[in-house]
Ligand binder design. Structure first.
Ligand code: NAD
Ligand code: A1AUG
Length: 547
């Protein structure tokens, strides 16, 4: 049974600076060098046993140095996934019977290990494998993941404390059961923290999990699995399968005991998975829970009263940090003409030109490469199209070079038609589309912002005029699940800006919040009557016995 205990009060993990001359910088450098010197086998972990998947082998490379192989992964076969499902089912009874405090302790220990001795390993893996700058790795694979693990324990404790009312002679209780089956977690390449949160949040609530990370996140995923084992996660609770995920859809999503999907990735993949689940509804023992956080076409709208400096920094960081590969990245901006012509245009273009993307193991760079050849080809194709059509205007960037790594220049496109595809399509790269509007058309442009793209993830308004701020908040109420005032639309912090969007951006179950954890339990109501009635008759029957 669950002990009645309080859990540690979570506090956001402080961000380390890695400034020149610091010991933390040297320590991280050394770990990067160690990981670069090894070629790993990116194994699966099924029932606690590591083994290579049975399908085709795939090289995993450094995106900024594509000749440098970090290791090899392999496609999971249907048999591999069936084994992972069987392991998850076998581990379920013991795991769900383990008291909450014992499960929570494993994640709290994982958080402390990551805050301490494992920090360099996960940060180094994220720098090398996902081409993040040190700053971007630190806020992801260290701070955000530590926060997910610590805050989730605290949210989960609040959740299981939730109990119904009882009247005299009766005791009503909630038994906060896990789901009646196993959970599948499928995670994207771009955030190590998301890869860590998606399998562990359902596990904390007592579920066992089949986890399929992105092949391009293999290095960090591999080490994260080792970290969870070091924290004491029992075999079979989280089963890691490798590959592109097709075998997971074929086998795990068709299993009668499939009980929930915890997904983050593109809108296209999520719709495919949801359709697969829909097709198999008659197979399942229970209706599966479906949680999916997906794509975005995130906006910045700048009223004429905005502070030009704050706007420029918000745009540059929001659009070009991590090469624009955040679901939250600013990828469309609507800027009042007075600001644009009053200096923002020149400042934005000059600052963007000065950004250096390169080999992120050299800490001097602002960013690295895009994740793989597929992303590179998509951005290159857009640049080709723009060149061929001669519009929209390319203010800076617009070229790409994969001779060493998958490098795409930070690019600003200026479009006079706000209905153009550059304002609708998620490119997921360092590409910012800008539209300039007449200051008097602020209300009209808010309508355009709301309707131009199918997504509803993040967005920001820059204005010092409070009426303009209030109008944007109202007009864009459903355009963003995370809305920022005078700040960039990226960089949500666990416990402070719970993250997620609606429309084509997902189910908005707010990762790293109590709302998300609630999706992984299925409460049972228990009523106990202390002195049960001993007659079936009711008082109203006693005065008038039947004739
Ligand atoms: N809203 C959010 O919180 C959030 C956060 C991060 C990323 N994203 C989105 O994720 C996308 C980028 O990530 P990505 O390129 O890894 O996304 P993706 O959809 O290509 O892949 C996501 C995961 O799904 C797997 N997958 C792909 N096809 C599959 C199939 N048929 N069956 C089973 N699994 C399958 C992939 O291997 C990967 O593990 C962007 O659209 C971005 O906006 C959203
Ligand atoms: N939560 C992150 C984005 C995650 C998606 O890629 C942010 O707020 O920038």
């Amino acid at each position: 049974m669950d002990a009645v205990s309080s859990v540690p009060v979570p506090v956001n993990e402080p961000i380390r600076a890695y400034a020149p001359g610091s010991t933390e910088r040297e320590s991280l450098r050394a770990r990067i060098a160690e990981l670069e010197g090894v070629q790993f086998d990116f194994t699966q972990t099924i029932g606690g046993q590591e083994r290579m998947a049975g399908g085709d082998r795939v090289d995993v490379v450094q995106p900024h140095d594509r000749a440098h192989i970090l290791g090899r992964t392999a496609q999971a076969t249907p048999d591999d996934v069936a084994a992972a499902v069987a392991a998850a089912k076998a581990a379920a009874p013991a795991w769900r019977d383990l008291p909450f405090d014992e499960r929570a302790a494993i994640l709290l220990r994982a958080a402390d290990l990551l805050s301490g001795p494992w920090r360099d390993t996960l940060n180094a893996a994220t720098v090398l494998g996902q081409s993040k700058s040190v700053q971007q790795a630190e806020i992801d694979s260290a701070c955000e993941l530590i926060d997910f693990w610590r805050f989730n324990v605290s949210f989960a404790r609040r959740l299981i404390e939730e109990q119904p009312e009882s009247s005299p002679g009766i005791w009503n209780r909630f038994d906060h059961r896990p789901l009646d089956g196993f959970v599948v977690a499928i995670t994207p390449f771009n955030f190590t923290a998301i890869a860590g949160n998606l399998p562990t949040a359902p596990a904390l609530m007592g579920n066992t999990v089949v986890w399929k990370p992105s092949p391009t996140q293999s290095l960090a995923a591999h080490h994260m699995m080792r970290l969870l084992e070091a924290a004491g996660l029992p075999p079979g609770v989280i089963n890691l399968v490798t590959g592109d995920g097709h075998a997971v859809s074929e086998v795990a999503l068709r299993d009668p005991d499939f009980a929930g999907l915890h997904f983050t990735g593109s809108t296209k993949t999520f719709k495919h998975l949801w359709r697969t689940i829909g097709e198999n509804l008659d197979t399942y023992r229970a209706y599966p829970r479906i949680v999916g956080e997906t794509g975005g076409k995130d906006f910045v709208v700048a009223h004429g009263s905005a502070d030009p400096k704050a706007l420029t920094v918000g745009l540059v960081r929001g659009a070009f940090e991590y090469q624009g590969q955040k679901c939250s990245a600013a990828s469309r901006a609507y800027i009042a003409r007075s600001l644009w012509e009053g200096g923002v245009r020149d400042e934005l273009v000059e600052t963007t030109k000065s950004l250096s993307y390169g080999d992120v193991t050299d800490f001097a760079h602002f960013g690295g490469a895009v994740i793989d050849s597929r992303a590179f080809a998509k951005h290159s194709a857009l640049f080709e199209q723009v060149r061929a059509e001669g519009k929209p205007d390319v203010l800076t960037g617009g070229s790409a070079d994969d001779s060493i790594g998958f490098f795409v220049q930070p690019t600003i496109l200026l479009g006079d038609d706000p209905g153009h595809e550059i304002f609708r399509t998620e490119y997921f790269g360092p590409i910012l589309a800008v539209h300039v509007f007449d200051d008097a058309d602020y209300s009209k442009i808010l309508e355009t912002v709301d309707t131009a793209a199918p997504y509803g993830l993040t967005g920001a308004v820059f204005a010092t005029d409070r009426h303009a701020v209030e109008e944007a908040q109202r007009a864009l109420r459903f355009a963003a699940g995370n809305f920022y005032i005078n700040d960039k639309p990226t960089g949500a912090v666990v416990g402070q800006q719970p993250f997620g969007g609606s429309r084509a951006s997902g189910t908005n179950d707010k990762a790293g919040s109590i709302f998300n954890l609630q999706r992984w339990i299925s409460p049972r109501s228990i009523k106990e009557t202390f002195v049960p009635p001993t007659t079936h008759t009711y008082p109203h029957m006693r005065d008038h016995p039947p004739e």
